[in-house]
Ligand binder design. Structure first.
Ligand code: G3P
Ligand code: MG
Length: 245
């Protein structure tokens, strides 16, 4: 299992720059984050692109579902102005752009597979092709989509893949084992000290999203959490420069 840094920048440093853009990844690196988390899906012509939502409206000047638009159209959109005029003209990055940026910044990533209306298996296949070209980067995959976790395990058995959950099912350990996952990624609001202790006792790396309060992050680390995913890596790293445990 690769070492997951104790702080991961959610969609990049998304409190300071438009989420899931190269600008947000660069700011995260400048704030000393070792890894970013980002969301990957497919364009209509099966290119891996980074965006969180199913549709374009919130974070670009486009409209409609992402998976209905080819890369040539997505690349023309402005993915920065919604956040600030400073970022006008920032583009939706491809996975390839992102991996190149991370390589030059000596960073790693938690790459969340987000099918967003596209075929999960095809998305995993395209991600696997891209990652094959970037073998040296530290990458932890993850997905809310069980079929994507299973497919990633099949295609990339050497890469760790986290199982993303909003809540912890009673039989979480069975599901975790069946999927062959390598970490549990859970909404911090669904976690309490007892549940955390159960996961930690099972030797399962525990990643919590999205934690923006350093005091709560310290509490989570006290419960045995491995890593927190935050919108504000600058504030979190200033408060907790190293894993406390
Ligand atoms: O991967 C952690 C977190 O990003 C999952 O939720 O909706 O922000 O992608 P979301
Ligand atoms: Mg995500």
């Amino acid at each position: 299992m690769i070492e997951i840094p104790h702080i991961v920048a959610h969609r990049g440093a998304s409190i300071e720059a438009p989420e899931n853009t190269i600008a947000a990844f660069r700011v995260a690196g400048a704030r000393q984050a070792k890894w970013i988390e980002c969301d990957v899906t497919l364009s209509a012509d099966n290119q891996c692109v980074l965006i969180h939502d199913d549709t374009l409206e919130r974070t670009t000047n486009g409209t409609g579902p992402i998976h209905k638009q080819p890369l040539s159209v997505l690349r023309e959109l402005d993915a920065g102005s919604w956040f600030s005029d400073i970022y006008k003209g920032e583009r939706i990055p491809t996975l390839s752009d992102t991996l190149e940026t991370l390589f030059f910044m000596d960073m790693g990533a938690n790459l969340e597979i987000k099918p967003s209306g596209c075929d999960p298996v095809r998305l995993c296949q395209e991600v696997a092709k891209e990652l094959d070209r970037a073998k040296k980067l530290p990458i932890l995959l993850s997905s809310f989509d069980d079929s994507a976790v299973a497919e990633i395990r099949r295609l990339l058995p050497d890469l760790p893949c986290g199982w993303l959950l909003e809540t912890l099912p009673d039989n979480w350990h069975d599901g975790y084992t069946q999927l062959g996952a390598s970490a549990l990624h859970i909404d911090h609001k669904a976690l309490d000290p007892e549940k955390a202790a159960e996961i930690v006792a099972a030797n399962v790396p525990l990643v919590c999203y999205t934690v923006n309060d350093p005091a709560h992050a310290k509490e989570l680390f006290g419960w045995g959490v491995t890593s927190v995913i935050t919108d504000d890596p600058a504030k979190m790293i200033a408060a907790i420069p190293r894993h406390p445990n």
